[in-house]
Design a binder for this molecule. Sequence first.
Ligand SMILES: [Zn+2]
Length: 194
Amino acid sequence: MIVCAEEARVEAELVDGLLACPSCREVLGPRGHGRERVLRCRSGDRLLVPRRARCRGCAGTHVLLPEVVLLRRHDEVAVIGEAIEANVAGEGHRSIASRLGVPADTVRGWLRRFVGRAELIRALFTRCAVALDPMHGSVLPAGSGVADALEAVAVAGRAWVLRFGPRPVWQIVSRLSAGGLLSRNTSSLATGAL
Ligand SMILES: [Zn+2]
């Protein structure tokens, strides 16, 4: 489950019973922490100790990951997003990898997954854009599958900002895709988090 990147705010919402279970929409309560993990960020490695929550309805447990991550990816979503944007603009994966300081195979893996998911991503973010802003959520064709997917991401990001306030676009992407933008399993792209 992907939540706001502000830890103190998430903690307060969790303790106050304001977070809903993604499975059944009942109230989540605090339940210890998930396992530690290291996130590679532009500013250096960051240790994450995510909060864990338990649902008072279905008793399911959920690890609350900040929206700076994608599921099962070691790199910050902003870095992954920058690589995708650069590639859609025409830059090759080796050049992107050396510029971002990430292994070339890792960057190639992100890009292949994004290309393979482009239509699902375009469809999800187009739905999100319309749900967030029914008046202005139109997504114009950008000329190719990946460019159309990226355009839908941008439109959904602007719609989010208009509704909820400023936030980095790739964090919005993590939130709206429930962290599953580049997951092997496409269920979170099919359903989204809205
Ligand atoms: Zn539940």
